[in-house]
Design a protein around this ligand. Structure first.
Ligand code: NAD
Length: 251
């Protein structure tokens, strides 16, 4: 159990990819701090399953990120994973959705990292991971805020990597293509509307069309890479953006 004695905070870990990462890190002995929305009973059951704490904080504001870091205490592993999506043509894109997506998918990483780094430096070890996306490297129509935020995240992670290079703290992005989670399921109705398509057409002609393997990525595959990046063997991997995208960005 190579993460014994380490505290890991995974944002957006009540669901999907974040939950898979939290489960994988807990299985390696990390003390988990969960974050994200959900039904109280389900969150309590997750805390029980993983011997974890949950800190409720809305990460669309700096104050929310500060509340999270206060509640979590010093962390050795910070996984910035909470994210959301909105699908609409740019001229119809609600400005408040733009602001919220940039705040959660990009700025929250700045806020949590700036508060996590002092302890990591003092401890002489740290891992900062971000769930970016294939959309950190490529674009799709109707996803202006998401694509801008995810591209921004890769730049921020490169800066963190350089600033922290001599402190044994690494910073990396993991960029999956479509992973079957509630986030993907929720964008199907808007994509049907934006593109005038049926549900099946959205699944096959929009989502999986970009993935040469024609398979959704599994949350556990993302978690396995996150775990590897926490190993000592990964100490020289920093500033990177690893794709798990079935070949999407190779095209
Ligand atoms: P999900 O909807 O299953 O989970 C999102 C998590 O974020 C939940 O725990 C939710 O409660 C939390 N969250 C939402 N808004 C929040 C807020 N304001 N403050 C704090 N927590 C909040 O989504 P997912 O698919 O597991 O996505 C996780 C990450 O992976 C996101 O950053 C997403 O952009 C990225 N990603 C997902 C896919 C995919 O296909 N599912 C692909 C590439 C990247």
């Amino acid at each position: 159990m190579f993460l014994e004695g380490k505290r890991a905070l995974v944002t957006g870990s009540t669901s999907g990819i974040g939950l898979a990462i939290a489960r994988a890190m807990a299985a390696e002995g990390a003390e988990l701090v969960l974050n994200g929305f959900g039904e109280a009973g389900e969150i309590a059951a997750l805390c029980n399953e993983l011997s974890a704490r949950h800190v409720a904080a809305d990460l669309t504001s700096a104050a929310g990120a500060e509340q999270l870091m206060d509640g979590a205490g010093p962390v050795d592993i910070l996984v910035n994973n909470a994210g959301m999506q909105h699908v609409a043509p740019v001229e119809e894109f609600p400005p408040e959705r733009w602001d919220a997506i940039i705040a959660l998918n990009l700025s929250a990483t700045f806020h949590t990292a700036r508060l996590a780094v002092p302890h990591m430096k003092a401890a002489g070890w740290g891992r900062i991971l971000c769930t970016a996306s294939a959309h950190s490297l490529t674009a799709s129509p109707y996803k202006s805020a998401y694509v801008a935020a995810k591209h921004g995240l890769t730049g921020l992670v490169k800066v963190l990597a350089l600033e922290l290079a001599q402190d044994d703290i690494t910073a990396n992005c993991i960029s999956p293509a479509y992973v079957w989670t509630p986030l993907v399921e929720a964008q199907i109705p808007d994509t049907m509307k934006s593109r005038g398509m049926s549900r099946e057409q959205v699944m096959n002609d929009v989502l999986l069309a970009r993935q040469p393997t024609r398979k959704f990525v599994q949350p556990e595959e993302v978690a396995a890479l996150a775990l590897f990046l926490c190993r000592d063997e990964a100490q020289n991997i920093t500033g990177a953006n690893y794709t798990i995208d079935g070949g999407w960005t190779a095209e």
